[in-house]
Design a protein around this ligand. Structure first.
Ligand code: GTP
Ligand code: MG
Length: 325
């Protein structure tokens, strides 16, 4: 580490140190959601120019500088393999869904569940807040959960039922879930910032954000706000990913998408089916309703997972395999 830090000595550490970025420009960038060198480095100059009003040429120079400042470090294939082997998994309580996910919800990673209302996104979040507490040999991590609730749909009663379904002591299980209501997108991001210190003091290995997108959609409606919304969401996702990596935790986010995108004309991200977070790292799972309490899960854009679908059911005691009913 020390060797790396020496060679980094002259590199800009935050956006105000990038060449050509004065106080006013820095302020514009931050307000548009480009608060870090990483956020700028992965953006296009056009996007930044549009979101901030900075001239395109200047934006181009800033992006170039941010890319130059980023550390590009090669890893060997063996290092990749070793990193991969440290990833842990949490069971969903459905063998079919676990199999679809390559063994369960992974740590060091963001898993997104998206689908229409009532497809079971919130139910899966509740189930995992309980399951992360299970011991290793039962598919858990023996750890606690944080539940960031943006829509007010968290139910402790449901946690009780799910805990009973696993023969766990409901009070003890509820005592290991930290709930917080996020009142707007800004608050939602501030909560994640705070989690960095909370997680270092406590054994928290699951962070749920249910829903990731509702506040952002409500606060930045329509096409004209799309660039700003995207930038903030990207920043939020990068915060969450860092949290997952630093604390070897699983992060689950939900995202409601509409069945009839034509109704939401003017919101191009709705029209392409939840693409609002499409470029974020992680595993994306689409949920669909089937007959009765049956639900169908499908993993999208995940080259490391086999294609296919899993059928599960939502029961009184939580998520289960369909045939267990
Ligand atoms: P939105 O947040 O509206 O987008 O939906 P969602 O995808 O989060 O849906 P949610 O997870 O809330 O799923 C709702 C479905 O779960 C209901 O239609 C019920 O079928 C089922 N469900 C919820 N609570 C219970 C319960 O206590 N018992 C049983 N048996 N099923 C439940
Ligand atoms: Mg929900």
């Amino acid at each position: 580490m020390s060797g790396e830090q020496e060679s980094e000595a002259k590199k800009p550490k935050d956006i105000s140190e990038l060449p050509g970025v004065g106080a006013t420009t820095a302020e514009k960038l931050v307000q548009a959601g480009y608060a870090t060198i990483e956020a700028i480095a992965v953006a296009t100059p056009m996007e930044i120019a549009q979101a901030t009003g900075i001239p395109l040429q200047t934006a181009q120079r800033i992006v170039d500088a941010a890319r130059a400042a980023l550390d590009i470090r090669f890893k060997t294939a063996l290092e990749l393999k070793k990193e991969r082997m440290t990833i842990r998994k949490i069971t969903t309580s459905s063998k079919a869904l676990d199999d679809l996910l390559g063994g369960g919800i992974e740590t060091k990673q963001i898993t997104e569940f998206f689908g229409e209302f009532g497809t079971g996104k919130t139910q899966i979040c509740h189930q995992l807040a309980v399951n992360v507490q299970l011991p290793d040999d039962k598919g858990g991590l023996g750890a606690k959960a944080v539940y960031i609730d943006t829509e007010g749909t968290f139910r402790w009663e449901r946690i009780e039922q799910i805990a009973r379904g696993l023969n766990l002591d409901p009070d003890q299980v509820m005592d290991n879930i930290y709930w917080v209501r996020a009142i707007n997108s800004h608050h939602q991001m501030a909560i994640v910032d705070q989690l960095f210190s909370l997680m270092s003091k406590d054994n928290i290995r699951l962070v749920v954000v249910d829903s990731l997108t509702s506040h952002f959609r409500a606060e930045f409606p329509g096409r004209e706000n799309l660039a700003s919304r995207q930038q903030l969401l990207n920043r939020h996702l990068h915060q969450l990913l860092r949290l997952a990596e630093v604390y070897d935790a699983a992060v689950i986010v939900t995202n409601q998408v509409m069945a009839r995108p034509d109704v939401f004309y003017g919101d191009p991200t709705a029209a392409v089916g939840g693409n609002v977070v499409a470029h974020a790292p992680g595993v994306r799972v689409q949920l669909k309703k089937s007959r009765g309490n049956k639900r169908i899960a499908r993993v999208v854009d995940a080259p490391h997972l086999p294609e296919g679908e899993a059928v599960f059911v939502i029961t009184e005691y939580g998520i289960r395999d369909a045939e267990e009913e």
